[in-house]
Design a protein around this ligand. Structure first.
Ligand SMILES: Cc1ncc(COP(=O)(O)O)c(C=O)c1O
Length: 386
């Protein structure tokens, strides 16, 4: 069986280094808010290209802390609206509802499965305070158009960078050379990152971070993640307990060294898939003939999605052929029972994507032979179920 993601093999590549840093921390007796956290925050801010990075417990908390931070700074208040793509992992939406803010879900463009400035503009109301772009599947969702729109309307631009550590902006024709080199997580006003083990930069448990250039926001987020305390035992803002622990921070610092090469390996797998698979199965942003070199370099291929109305049959065939697959995501947020406020909402593109998406195995440890095996199994599957 080719697993969807072989975390054991991914981790085994670094097991000696991981054991060494973990035993240092065990010996130090210092497990939270120490040197390993500081070192990771510094390294990750440098890697992303922001002035500040604040570690926290997970990606959902990172997005929550950004919104709570803006609320503490008076930028938004309960009931204000945040525009979020309809086709995202539920955590993007949970962060908004958790803060007493109102998520306004926007259906994406079918050809890219990303929201664009035209769709965002149509959803803006007098209560809109922020737009959250989600770098879904590892591709940059930020555009200069979205940034300009947010500037024009005085909206905060938040990036959900859970799936795209290391990705770069693809907007060559509309932005300067300097902007082109920037990584996702440094393109908006603030970004939330998840280091859930399956992510491109994965911890050995839960972890997350916020990156930003905004000093006031970074300060308040650091406080909010530690019960709102500053100085010790004094709370001017109501906070959470959301800190990155020293062991996760040390493991992430170590794995950060390998992130660019891991992402390059993922792109090699994606190139094999795009070379072998029929183009109508591929997300247009990944089709070989439509990709610009910047697009190839820009995506970090967190997920390799294919789209077919015969998704369930193809998935069954692949399982029988020894290929494990996944679906991102079978039930979109507005169809979840926990959100009765969306019960009557129709987001046709989001729903179609949820009904047709299938994620193929992709990782830095998937070999060329395995990738070819997967792609050929897909071709056989398509013939069989036709
Ligand atoms: C797009 C997106 N946003 C947010 C999250 C939440 O991150 P976490 O699982 O660390 O809370 C995830 C991943 O799990 C995600 O894929």
């Amino acid at each position: 069986m080719i697993p969807f993601l072989d975390l054991e093999a991914i981790t085994a590549r670094h097991s000696a280094e991981i054991s060494a840093v973990l035993s240092d921390i065990v010996r130090s007796g210092w497990f939270l808010r120490g040197g390993a956290t500081k070192e990771f925050e510094k390294s990750y801010a440098e890697f992303i290209g922001t002035r500040y990075c604040v570690g926290c417990a997970n990606g959902l908390d990172a997005l929550t802390l950004i919104l709570k931070g803006y609320m503490a700074l008076g930028v938004m208040a309960p009931g204000d609206e945040v525009i979020v793509p309809g086709n995202t992992f539920i955590a993007s939406v949970l962060a908004v509802t958790r803060c007493g803010l109102t998520p306004v879900l926007v259906d994406p463009v079918e050809s890219t499965s990303l929201i664009d400035e035209r769709l965002i503009e149509a959803a803006i109301t007098p209560r809109t305070r922020a737009v959250m772009v989600v770098h879904l599947y590892g591709r940059c969702a930020w555009t200069e158009g979205i940034r300009n729109l947010c500037k024009r309307h005085g909206l905060k631009l938040i990036e959900d960078n859970a799936q795209a550590h290391g990705a770069r902006s693809e907007q060559r024709s509309v932005i300067s050379e300097q902007m082109m080199a920037r990584r996702t997580g440094s393109l908006g006003d603030a970004a939330g990152h998840s280091f859930y083990p399956a992510k491109n930069l994965g911890a050995m448990g839960d972890a997350g971070a916020v990156t930003t250039d905004d000093e006031a926001l970074a300060d308040v987020i650091r406080r909010l993640g530690n019960y709102g305390m500053e100085p010790k035992y004094r709370c001017d803002v109501e906070g959470l307990n959301s800190r990155i622990d020293e062991m996760q921070a040390a493991v992430l610092t170590l794995k950060l060294w390998h992130l660019d090469s891991d992402n390059a390996r993922r792109r090699e797998v994606a190139d094999i898939y795009t070379e072998i698979l029929p183009r109508e199965l591929l997300c247009p942003t990944l089709r070989a003939d439509e990709r610009t070199p910047e697009a190839v370099a820009g995506s970090v291929c967190h997920i390799f999605p294919v789209f077919t109305p015969k998704r369930d049959e193809l998935q069954r065939y692949l399982t029988s052929a020894g290929v494990e697959t996944n679906i991102h995501y079978p039930i979109p947020p507005h169809r979840q029972r926990c959100f009765p406020q969306f019960a009557d909402m129709s987001l046709p593109v989001t729903e179609r994507l949820a009904d047709t998406e299938l994620s193929l195995p992709i990782s830095p440890v998937l070999t060329e032979e395995e990738a070819r095996f997967v792609a050929e199994a897909v071709l056989r599957g398509l013939e069989k179920i036709d």
